[in-house]
Design a binder for this molecule. Structure first.
Ligand code: HEM
Length: 202
């Protein structure tokens, strides 16, 4: 089997940048040139929300795949994927704030407080932001063991993100069920870690 070297990691990172940024740019271009269907606001909120969930799931796939195929270098791609997860979530919320709520911060605050599915999405976002801010290696070294404890909250962010997604839907179709199953599977792979984490938190 091919060993993933630091050179491959660099190549994978370039591909991640290329795919994540070009998807975003193309969709915004379509939105502003009226090529995103009858409801471009809904479409761009949908695209960035799904993008964030997809990236979160991909990020959480890295470590089981790296362990199974003994590709330690692959772990070095997790940080970039995690940062793009948070960035897509930021775009998703900004789309909602700018295009749907017309910059009305008060309305956003009301939604976060009064609409449970938004509250849950907001909590998922807060965790993603905290993980992104503390992601640089220097902060990781400074935080020592607390860093790992904090970064275990990524599982809670996934639970909250998926709950927000399912809650936002009017009907449950096959696609969200596949997302739910994938999330359950990825969490199941970490069952020991999560049990330990739950014991420490409660
Ligand atoms: C304050 C935080 C958030 C707000 C205000 C927000 C707002 C929204 C809104 C308005 C919708 C559309 C619901 C509809 O079509 O009726 C939505 C859907 C969605 N959101 Fe969020 N969201 C937030 C956080 C997040 C986060 C952190 C994620 C990902 C981890 C996420 C992923 C999704 C997904 C996947 C959908 C479903 C897309 C669709 O089927 O159209 N959201 N969100």
């Amino acid at each position: 089997m091919v060993r993933i070297t630091p050179k491959h990691v660099l190549l994978i990172k370039c591909v991640i940048h290329l795919v994540a940024l070009s998807y975003l740019i193309v969709h915004y271009y379509w939105a502003f040139t009226d090529n995103l269907g009858a409801d471009p606001v809904k479409a761009i909120i949908h695209f960035t929300g799904m993008g964030s969930i997809n990236l979160l799931l991909i990020t959480l796939c890295v470590s089981p795949v790296a362990k199974k195929y003994r590709q330690a270098n692959l772990m070095k791609t997790r940080r970039l994927l995690g940062l793009y997860t948070a960035f897509y979530a930021l775009c998703h919320i900004s789309n909602y704030l700018f295009f749907d709520l017309q910059f009305d911060w008060g309305n956003l605050l009301q939604d976060i407080i009064k609409r449970p599915y938004i509250t849950v999405g907001f909590l998922s976002f807060v965790i993603l932001v905290a993980l992104s801010i503390t992601s640089p290696s220097a902060i990781q070294r400074a935080m020592k063991r607390t860093w790992q404890k904090l970064h275990n909250y990524v599982y809670l962010s996934l639970v909250l993100g998926i709950t927000h997604y399912l809650w936002s839907l009017k009907t449950l179709t096959t696609e969200p069920l596949i997302y739910l199953l994938m999330s359950c599977f990825l969490l199941y792979l970490r069952k020991d870690k999560i049990t330990l984490f739950k014991r420490r938190v409660t």
